[in-house]
Design a protein around this ligand. Structure first.
Ligand code: NAG
Ligand code: NAG
Ligand code: NAG
Ligand code: NAG
Ligand code: NAG
Length: 498
């Protein structure tokens, strides 16, 4: 009995000493059959309070000398901590738990297991392997039955399994696993993320970890919550840890995410980007027709960050709002100027000016008495458009220019009743080819401005035997407008079908 206790003590001491000296030992090499000399030396080191001579002078195992060890035999420790997987970012600290019971368990050890190799960390509270684990790298938090191991400044080499064990005749242990994933040290952006429109935005994500983590960038645009889009080639220029977005527009505002990962884990961080947008003014229509005493509404929408203020000008002079001839109504980014011209002098150029901290921008529209043509639409050979004129219309004209530059003019019939807005449509019935159409209208004041050229393409008639209804429809139209174009073969087919 006494021999066994002595051997156990010897084992524990040898473990400590050998580990301490070699810094690298596998547990398999240890056995209860340590040489007596080792045991003695170790025991002396461990128990300095015991008189060395008592041991050194004794060739055998001295029963008398071991009497004070007798109490410890009764203490059988158990570990109450369950094994756990710790996933921690590199650079941080981790505290691995080990709670033993009873609190008086004499010897609690921590080892790192590298496969079959066991690297001692602590024998009881005694630090081992200082070469591998410098004094500021690990510590034991010990209080009552708690024997937690704290590891600081983690890097991937700290990943692995850690064993807390109680050295006793029937050893007990708990093994935790630790994975040290990548860490985002910093995520920064040009000017703290507030970038003027048109400048370059550089986002930099400093990461730490082994193997070196990879980075994926993504963003959620302002007002598009929930749709995280990965930044791709073309969205910016990527380097190892940064992305540069050149000449940013207002739509670059939003949340940007840096996602770093390697085979040991992943982590993510986000940063808000705000593009300080220059002011932009946009007028909905550039030419508005009205009559004296009638009203016209100029609509202007602005954008910019901060949100621009809108002011109105008439021929470069600020509009004086009198709530009689000039009204302004505002709603956030929108501003309406309502004008009720009292005379000819109220016609002219009206300007919407948007201004914010970053500048000014303006857009103008004209208030006119001449006809205004808008809402031009082309569907196949059919042209439709609106003519606005508060004065009676006198003439509405379609000019068609073919590919050789020849121009044909077509005057459209005018409606009998007087209106302010007229709907017109015109079906081009020329030979197949491409045409440019121009529209103009005249009231008893003057001609409208010519519209921009409108491109019209007249296709050759399709011959489709499968879909006879479409065939007939197309043909009916064709017969009506351009009988001469119908080839004899086409006629033959039609006659056969009818
Ligand atoms: C531990 O010892 C083995 C051989 O005994 C050796 O291959 C290994 O490099 C040693 N490790 C350290 C960290 O010293
Ligand atoms: C520990 O000390 C070493 C130098 O002795 C130093 O390089 C390292 O940063 C320290 N680590 C911590 C976590 O303080
Ligand atoms: C912003 O809009 C421009 C076009 O105005 C487009 O080319 C660009 O891809 C957009 N950027 C984002 C981040 O949506
Ligand atoms: C609008 O901007 C132009 C330059 O783009 C400037 O010449 C003009 O004076 C501006 N108009 C007003 C009313 O500020
Ligand atoms: C401006 O006028 C349009 C058309 O009448 C109207 O729909 C809109 O609500 C007005 N906006 C403001 C800010 O008054």
């Amino acid at each position: 009995m006494e021999l066994r206790i002595w051997s156990l003590c010897g084992f524990l001491v040898v473990l400590a000493v050998i580990s301490h000296c070699s810094g690298n030992i596998t547990s398999r090499k240890l056995s209860y059959k340590s040489t007596k000399k080792d045991v003695l030396d170790a025991h002396v080191m461990e128990r300095r309070n015991v008189d060395n001579d008592d041991f050194l002078g004794d060739e055998g195992i001295d029963d008398e000398a071991q009497k004070d060890e007798g109490n410890e035999e009764e203490v059988v420790g158990v570990i109450q901590t369950e094994p756990k997987k710790y996933n921690v970012e590199s650079g941080l600290s981790v505290r691995l738990a080990c709670v033993v019971s009873p609190a008086s368990v004499p010897v609690v050890n921590w080892d790192k297991l590298n496969g079959n190799e066991v690297v001692g960390l602590y024998f009881n509270k005694m630090k081992m392997n200082p070469a591998k684990f410098p004094s500021n790298k690990t510590e034991i938090i010990s209080e009552g039955g708690v024997h937690d191991l704290v590891i600081h400044d983690l890097d991937s080499s700290d990943s692995g399994e850690y064993r807390c064990s109680v050295s006793q005749e029937a050893p007990v242990s708990v093994v935790h696993s630790l994975r040290v994933g990548p860490r985002i040290v910093s995520l920064t952006a040009t000017n703290n993320g507030e970038v003027p429109e048109g400048s370059d935005l550089v986002l930099t994500c400093k990461v730490e970890g082994l193997p070196p983590p990879q980075i994926i960038w993504s963003r959620v645009g302002s007002g598009q919550e929930g749709s995280n889009g990965r930044l791709k080639e073309g969205d910016g220029t990527f380097s190892f840890d940064s992305v540069t977005i050149q000449n940013v527009k207002g739509n670059a505002s939003g949340k940007y995410y840096c996602y770093a990962f390697n085979n040991l884990g992943s982590t993510q961080r986000e940063i808000d980007i705000k593009v300080l947008e220059k002011p932009h003014a946009h007028v909905h229509r550039t030419e508005i027709n009205t009559g004296i005493g009638d009203h016209a509404i100029f609509q202007c929408t602005s954008r910019g960050d901060p949100m621009p203020e809108i002011t109105w000008f008439k021929d470069n002079v600020p509009v004086l709002v009198d709530n009689k001839h000039f009204f302004i109504s505002k709603d956030g980014v929108n501003s309406n100027l309502t004008v009720i011209p009292a005379g000819i002098s109220d016609f002219g150029t009206y300007t919407c000016l948007a201004h914010n901290y970053h500048g000014v921008h303006n857009r103008s529209a004209e208030l006119v008495q001449r006809p205004v043509i808008d809402e031009v639409d082309v569907t196949g050979p059919k042209l439709s458009f609106k003519v606005h004129s508060h004065l009676p219309l006198e003439q509405v004209e379609v000019q068609l220019m073919d590919e050789t530059g020849n121009i044909n003019k077509f005057e459209l019939p005018l409606p009998k009743n007087l209106q302010k807005t007229y709907d017109f449509s015109y079906e081009v019935s020329e030979a197949p080819g491409t045409y440019q159409a121009y529209l103009r209208a005249k009231n008893d004041k003057e001609w409208s401005r010519n519209t921009e050229p409108i491109k019209i393409k007249i296709e050759a008639e399709p011959i489709n035997m499968q879909k006879s209804s479409i065939f007939l429809q197309n043909h009916a139209h064709s017969v009506r407008h351009s009988v001469t174009l119908v080839s004899s073969a086409f006629m033959y087919l039609l006659i056969r079908m009818l």
